[in-house]
Design a protein around this ligand. Structure first.
Ligand SMILES: [Zn+2]
Ligand SMILES: [Zn+2]
Length: 174
């Protein structure tokens, strides 16, 4: 169901692009990097807000509890989402694409990075050596341990790609 709905979102994006409402730039330029960073941090922030909201309201019982049935997640759990969640994440993505003309290569890189982070968060084990996790880069990124901890402790670690928003809003697990 999640994959079918993601395809619906993608088709909606295609339709919006055909109608000229979503503009995509194809020329390779320095905008590949800046557009990627803009997509990466904007989506990370929007998803943090949405994730926090569905935890702190009755939406948890209604839609997000399904994803949290796994306390020791495995990669497939990335796709175990309520249809409302899938469409909300997809909706945020389309709104962002409607707002600004992003670079095509930045979009491709972002979507790949998005999938990699999603899979890493649900690996069920930490593939990186412990000493790496002490570096400031790794402490700023949403590691396997970071999202695994969220499945164990649902009151902390609401971010996805980074720990920035959890640090700023005081929801990072000690
Ligand atoms: Zn999860
Ligand atoms: Zn959650």
């Amino acid at each position: 169901m999640t994959n079918v709905l993601n395809t619906v979102v993608t088709y909606a994006g295609f339709w919006l692009w055909k109608d000229g409402l979503i503009v995509i730039r194809v020329e390779p330029s320095w905008k590949i990097l800046t557009d990627f960073l803009l997509l990466f941090f904007s989506m990370d922030f929007l998803m943090y807000l949405f994730h926090f909201l569905i935890h702190k309201t009755m939406l948890y019982q209604l839609i997000h509890r399904l994803h949290h049935e796994a306390t020791d997640p495995k990669p497939m759990d990335l796709f175990i989402l309520h249809p409302v969640e899938t469409l909300s994440f997809g909706g945020m993505w389309l709104v962002l694409l409607l707002l600004l003309p992003f670079n095509w290569y930045a979009i491709l890189i972002y979507l790949t990075v998005n999938l990699v982070f999603g899979l890493i968060g649900h690996l069920g084990m930490e593939p990186l050596p412990i000493r790496w996790q002490d570096s400031w880069v790794m402490r700023g990124l949403g590691s396997s341990t970071f999202h695994h901890d969220h499945h164990r402790d649902v009151d902390h670690n609401f971010g996805f790609y980074t720990t920035i928003w959890d640090i700023l809003f005081g929801t990072l697990r000690k």
